[in-house]
Design a protein around this ligand. Structure first.
Ligand SMILES: [Zn+2]
Length: 503
């Protein structure tokens, strides 16, 4: 930015200075912008920029690199998409993709390698299911991985077999890795191109910032994109637990970086998922992925290093363990912002503990839309305390909302819808809905607080960074990050203030 900018015609109007921060909001905006300001004419309502508090950017980028099977309504439709994708690849190249979901096909049985072999023309193929907990692979892929009748299931995984013990082409949980380890990595150019497209898509959905759960490969990509001026959203990065030792050695602390790319927490898994039946429940079912001793050790290490924690906990058992581990460490961090990711099932006794301990509930309302039937089936006694943002909000918990894309859509307006009117519409525990203002806050001020950025983001106040999501008629019409337009739906007129007619 080389001059002040006035975002005009929206309610409220906003003036941004050359430093990308808000000069004034509302009545004072025009005067604050001054006569020489650039004017961006908008309409509708200007909200503080929407922030997605839980997203997987590599998964979104992969969609632009691989065959995307999201939304295929049948096996034959999926095979058709795979066939046309494969035909453009050189012989012997891997066919990689994701997004198929046999639960919604007319025939819900899992697909087989034999069906896949013809579609990929004998190429090795690896296609992740929508939930990421199993993969559909071709015969050539099994051969390259050395999987045959004599191969034993790895610990924590399963190779589906026929009566003769032959692999049928479905690998579950850790067994997926036997093949995924062989996949060729995209080049830096390929990854950056796909990442840029994924980030541009997010700007188009009205997102100005995200909290990412990704790997170091993605962190490298964002830095390269930024150097080329191609980063349209702010990214706060949460490192995987496997990288904690590196962060400790390097002395990286929460908040390291700047307001475009910064490091915040350590993401660790306490349990699995509802769909795969690995959520850790108080009734003893499910699959804990960290013992309590390991969890306490991890929390202590993070506290010593000045790193916050993002603890993935889906089942009520995992949520309770996370709270138990965090409660005695209330004073351990200077910027205490521990988060529980998902918190899909919370025992009523634990609801008030979020506020008491100061734990942020980082939730993805849109999950409830996709999971409702599964929850009714697997958690029939517990649905009144599941996806319970309303109950948590009433118990005083701080909420941060996100999408978990690409597992579900990244559209924040869909998330706000799911958190509010959707529950009434489908009559699924409407008492657990929150008012629209609360949902919006969880996507703005709540998400900003969840990564210690509340002084810079989350509300429209002079001095804060000028991030805006402008909504008109239920649609995003403009996205602004640091006073710069990152998305504009229609070619709205941009002019110099002095040449524009006074209203
Ligand atoms: Zn996730």
């Amino acid at each position: 930015m080389i001059q002040a900018v006035l975002f005009a015609g929206c309610e409220p109007e906003v003036a941004a200075g050359v430093d990308g921060r808000i000069l004034a909001v509302g009545e004072d905006a025009r005067a604050a912008a001054g006569r020489g300001a650039q004017v961006v004419r908008l309409r509708g309502r200007a909200l503080p920029g929407l922030i997605d508090a839980h997203i997987h950017l590599e998964g979104l980028a992969d969609r632009h690199l691989d065959v995307d099977l999201t939304g295929t309504a049948s096996l034959s439709e999926a095979l058709e998409r795979i066939r046309s994708w494969s035909s453009r690849l050189a012989e012997g190249r891997w066919v990689v993709g994701a997004g198929w979901y046999n639960d919604v096909w007319p025939d819900t049985s899992f697909p087989t390698r034999k069906q896949l072999d013809a579609a990929v023309g004998g190429r090795p193929a690896y296609l992740r299911r929508k939930d990421g907990h199993s993969a559909w692979v071709s015969s050539a892929a099994l051969k390259l991985a050395g999987i045959d009748r004599s191969t034993e299931d790895p610990p924590g995984g399963k190779i589906d077999r026929d009566k003769r013990g032959e692999a049928v082409g479905i690998l579950r949980e850790t067994a997926m890795q036997v093949v995924s380890d062989l996949l060729p990595l995209p080049s830096e150019e390929e990854l950056d191109g796909a990442m840029a497209r994924a980030l541009t898509d997010l700007a188009g959905l009205g997102l100005t910032a995200v909290h990412s759960m990704d790997s170091a490969r993605a962190l490298g990509s964002w830095q390269r994109l930024r150097a080329r001026g191609r980063l349209p959203v702010r990214i706060t990065y949460n490192i995987p637990l496997s990288d904690l030792s590196h962060a400790e050695r390097m002395g990286v602390r929460s908040g390291w970086g700047d307001d475009w790319i910064r490091i915040w927490g350590v993401k660790a898994f306490l349990d699995g998922s509802l769909g795969s039946r690995t959520a850790e429940m108080l009734d003893g079912s499910g699959t804990p992925r960290l013992t309590q001793a390991e969890l306490l050790d991890l929390v202590d290490r993070c506290a010593r290093s000045g790193l916050n924690v993002c603890l993935h906990a889906i089942g009520d058992g995992a949520v309770r363990r996370a709270l138990d581990a965090l409660a005695p460490r209330r004073e351990a961090w200077r910027y205490w912002r521990p988060r529980i990711e998902h918190a899909q099932c919370v025992n009523p006794k634990d609801m008030k503990r979020f506020a008491r301990i100061g734990v942020i509930a980082s939730m993805q309302p849109v999950h409830a839309v996709a999971d409702r039937e599964l929850a009714n089936q697997y958690w029939p006694q517990l649905t009144a305390q599941s996806y319970a943002w309303g109950a948590l909000a009433r118990a005083g918990a701080r909420l941060a909302f996100g999408s978990d894309a690409p597992v579900e859509t990244a559209d924040p307006l869909a998330g706000i819808e799911a958190a509010t009117v959707w529950r009434r519409k489908v009559k699924w525990h409407p008492e657990l809905a929150v008012p629209r203002a609360v949902a919006r806050r969880a996507y703005t001020a709540g998400a900003a607080y969840a990564v210690g950025m509340e002084k810079d983001l989350g509300t429209l106040r002079p001095g804060k960074l000028c991030d805006l999501t402008v909504i008109d008629d239920g649609r995003v019409i403009a996205t602004v990050v640091g006073g710069t337009v990152s998305f504009l739906r229609t070619p709205l007129v941009t002019s110099s203030r002095s040449s524009s007619k006074p209203r």
